[in-house]
Design a protein around this ligand. Structure first.
Ligand code: NAD
Length: 367
């Protein structure tokens, strides 16, 4: 049987710097755990524009549709700010999400004990936090028609349309219930059923899907209350499922409970492929960080945790994902920190590759 395949798209700015550390970890799994991957690398974003005049070449798109998982670094940078909208680096990312139909966006908010002081909330509220927000990614108000700025009488009106079909709600709900089954069997669905018809339908469909997951404890919450509860007592949640707009905001709120942007991974999943694996792209939440590019300051952990998500959700290697997350926990507990995590607690500063070295050493020690 052939090895599972991964397409690596490092992108721009710190993307290639953090992805270099992920590549070392992928090699470690091949050498030390007999878990070899067929890895290919290609261009996306500004790097693809420089080479091909487009932020994603058709051949790269075709390759992304063939592999078992895509790992993406980050795209964009000041050099590309004045490009026409149609060829901006972000368009490469959006094309991947759209053509792969990645409708379920998983954003974990996990607080490593060693970093609990980094949260803007009190330590006891966030220590041990481990929640997952599932955001619908391909529909809702960001895509609904009609949209635009129109003339109405003697003034203009800006219009966007919140629109969800039952099948769009159902597929993301199933993805969230599946996750809840693999975690704490607790799911909270958030919408605004009190004021939006799309929210009423959302609640109805999620409740209907629940019948297929009787072991999961389902609750519903209005999204504004959800935002308050996330800041007041985030540990009451396990998995949260919500629409594109609320998910955009709530996942950022939840993520920031845990500290630095350099620590936040994500997964975007689509429908199962012929081999049963979901179409999938994994990427850190952060951007290309032009302010620190080329200075060996970037924290590679968000990108490495994104690969841990790939191990878990694409390759059915949950125990190896646990091993990688535990290695990161060890390194942080030992006080090693990239610049973004340095406080006044006497931690040891390390470079991007120094963090990679330490995680590889912790992986070796785990054997
Ligand atoms: P950013 O995430 O790149 O950076 C915000 C701040 O966080 C910066 O101070 C940066 O140094 C820091 N930071 C980010 N990642 C870090 C890491 N791994 N380690 C240490 N520090 C880190 O956001 P921005 O500055 O708003 O955007 C910069 C560029 O990235 C823009 O071109 C933007 O369009 C693009 N962008 C891309 C994505 C993506 O590829 N998914 C996401 C957001 C922004």
């Amino acid at each position: 049987m052939s090895n599972p395949s991964i397409l690596i798209l490092p992108g721009d700015g710190i993307g290639p710097e953090v992805m270099a550390q992920v590549t070392r970890i992928i090699d470690w799994y091949g050498n030390k755990r007999e878990l070899a991957f067929d890895v290919s690398t290609d261009l996306v974003g500004g790097a693809a524009y420089d080479a091909h005049g487009v932020p994603l070449h058709d051949d790269t798109m075709a390759r992304a549709m063939e592999v078992d998982a895509v790992l993406l670094g980050a795209v964009g940078g000041p050099k590309y700010d004045d490009l026409d909208f149609s060829v901006k680096p972000e368009r490469g990312l959006l094309r991947l999400r759209k053509e792969m139909d990645l409708f379920s966006n998983l954003r974990p908010a996990q607080c490593f004990d060693a970093l609990a002081d980094f949260s803007s909330l009190k330590k006891d509220i966030v220590a041990g936090l481990d929640i997952m927000i599932v955001r619908e990614l391909t529909s809702g108000v960001y895509f609904g028609e009609p949209r635009g700025i129109f003339n109405e009488g003697n003034e203009r009106v800006g219009i966007n349309t919140q629109r969800y079909t039952e099948s769009e709600i159902e597929r993301v709900a199933r993805s969230a219930f599946d996750l809840a089954m693999a975690r704490g069997k607790k799911l909270c669905s958030m919408e605004k059923a009190n004021v939006m018809e799309s929210g009423v339908l959302w609640r109805e469909v999620v409740t209907r899907v629940h019948a297929d997951y009787p072991e999961v404890e389902l609750s519903h919450m209005y999204a504004d209350n959800g935002a308050m509860q996330l800041v007041r007592a985030p540990k009451q949640f396990d998995v949260i499922v919500t629409d594109n707009l609320f998910g955009d905001i709530l996942s950022d709120v939840a993520a920031m409970l845990t500290g630095s942007l350099g620590m936040l991974p994500s997964a975007s999943l689509g429908a199962p492929m012929d081999n049963g694996r979901p179409r999938a792209m994994y990427e850190p939440v952060h951007g290309s960080a032009p302010d620190i590019t080329g200075q060996s300051k970037a924290n590679p952990i968000a990108c490495i945790l994104s690969f841990a998500m790939a191990l878990r959700y694409s390759f059915d290697q949950g125990a190896e994902a646990d091993r990688l997350e535990a290695a990161i926990e060890t390194v942080l507990a030992d006080g090693l920190r990239t610049a973004d995590l340095l406080g006044d607690d006497g931690a040891t500063p390390v470079s991007t590759s120094g963090m990679g070295d330490a995680i590889l050493a912790a992986l070796d020690a785990s054997l």
